[in-house]
Design a protein around this ligand. Structure first.
Ligand SMILES: [Fe+2]
Ligand SMILES: [Fe+2]
Length: 192
């Protein structure tokens, strides 16, 4: 598999994964389509217009919800392939875990609902169940992906893989944005 080399130390592997998560060209070039076993799990979701509508909403930094979900899904899938867990559930629930379908940056102002971090897993699950056939495990992964912010943990290894992949990708997206801003500031002419 070309995206994660296997002959690396744990530290090298973590930094390789962080670079991968911060670099969206992998998603923009649709390189995940080169993994036929992954595609077999998720091709119906990737082709669905409701899933693709997440491209209009920003999640972290400059990363859209759609890109974020593809990265979380693929990373969760790879974790399960390597360490155990239902990789099909991780791949499918990872794609749908943030299917809340609104701009959370303006949502509180527009609706008065101030607890997006706590409420969006249930909204995502409701939307996902409207449009897709999901197993109990997939539903649990979506509903519990914000653990430990929401107090009930997921019930499966795939659920924990998605919890970890979500935090990891969210952190990398935010850090990538901060690095970009720092670079922009450095490129600005000094004020005298
Ligand atoms: Fe989320
Ligand atoms: Fe997420």
């Amino acid at each position: 598999m070309e995206h994660f080399k296997t002959d690396l130390t744990a530290g090298d592997r973590r930094s390789q994964a962080a670079q991968w998560a911060a670099d969206e060209t992998w998603v923009r070039c649709r390189k995940y389509e080169n993994d036929p076993e992954y595609m077999e799990c998720v091709k119906d979701i990737l082709a669905h217009p409701v899933f693709n509508s997440m491209d209009q909403y920003i999640q972290h930094g400059n990363t859209t919800c759609k890109t974020h979900c593809i990265q979380v899904s693929y990373l969760g899938y790879r974790i399960c392939r390597r360490y155990g867990g239902n990789w099909r559930s991780a791949a499918r629930a990872g794609l749908l875990h943030d299917l809340f379908l609104y701009d959370w940056h303006t949502h509180a102002r527009e609706t008065g609902e101030h607890f997006h971090g706590f409420t969006h897993p249930r909204r995502a699950l409701e939307n996902a169940c409207l449009h897709f056939q999901l197993t109990d495990e997939e539903q649990n992964i979506i509903l519990r992906h914000m653990w430990p912010l929401t107090p009930v943990p997921p019930t499966s290894a795939a659920g924990f893989a998605i919890v970890w992949a979500d935090k990891f990708c969210g952190g990398a997206e935010t850090l990538g944005r901060l690095r970009h801003l720092r670079l922009l500031r450095m490129l600005q002419p000094a004020r005298h």
